[in-house]
Design a protein around this ligand. Sequence first.
Ligand code: ADP
Length: 376
Amino acid sequence: MSEPSPNQNADCEGNILLVDDDSALLEAVTDLLEVNNFHVVTAIDGKTALEIMRDYTPDLIISDITMPIMDGYQFFDTVRQNSAWTPIPFIFLTARGQQMDVRTGYSLGADDYLVKPFEPEDLIIKVQARLKRVRAIQAATQTEVDHMKQQLIAIFSHELRTPLTCIYGYANILHEDHAVMDDRTMTQMLDEVADGAERLVRLVENLMLLVRIDSGVVGMEVVRYGTDVDLSGLLKRVVESFQPVADMRKVVLDLQIEGEPITRGMKHYLENIMKNLVDNGIKFCKRGGGLVRITLNTHKNQAVLTVSDDGIGIAPTNQARIFDRFEQIDRHEMEQQGVGLGLTLAKSLIEYHSGSIEVSSEPGKGSIFTVRLPLA
Ligand code: ADP
């Protein structure tokens, strides 16, 4: 048996934790595994095994079922409750004829079992097969994580660099030439600087909001500080604030409100939801003359807000993805502002207000986002 520290040597096939109260079996199986280049740490019951696992994470666990102090089932249960240990393959050892043990082990979620006495080759084959599978999954997950990291770096560097370049460039020109510049040009450049700064502020605010949502602060705020909010007044102001950008892009904003729905919640979070949806509608509606229709009414004790556009639409396979964080569809093909957080934040904020959001869309025809919020 080796010391409870993982063997990192390249020729080591894997670190195994072997748990059994039968010292003769412990010795024999350890020898067998070590001859096959595995590094083995042993324990005589589940409790001792858990103590070892405080400082030592094995690649695979082989455990007997019937043991004093803590049996194999309890040990398995505790291991699976710790998320860091969930991926570790777990093989039960069971006495011959105890079919119930096998069934219980499988129903608990164990990866495999061996009936004692077993053929040495069977043990080695099972251990190798389990380790191979877990390593293949780890490799696939790592590739996905690496890809995501690269994507995030690309999105963030673009989203930071674009407004910064604009602010820096125009600030330099203004610094050098302000004395000879006419008022109109100066105002245009100052507007560009303000737009770039606003884009950066929005990015930072969205990231901060994401942290507040993840930490549970937003949920607590909605419950504790929520007030009655007049959705129609709020929506009118949001749509008005988008009028200049809509005019610039020749987009028609069509607002239709029926009644005066009131919901209970935080005004600035509800405003954030509306802004994200209208912003997306303007971004993704038909180029050079699109229409974004925004409606608000009530239906069965709910306020119903819809934002529809006549733009590119979203393929059915992507419709669930768009609510995931940092997801943007075809960003590489189409210039998009933002980092793919708008709908993630909107969905969380809506759910904290006990509401729901759904999308219905047809590629090439447009999308409709429908938000339902309970009436106060
Ligand atoms: P961002 O904050 O970067 O705008 P969102 O989370 O709001 O990102 O949206 C995620 C992605 O969903 C967008 O990048 C876009 O691909 C897609 N999407 C959102 N709204 C629409 C829409 N109205 N029409 C088509 N695609 C949309």
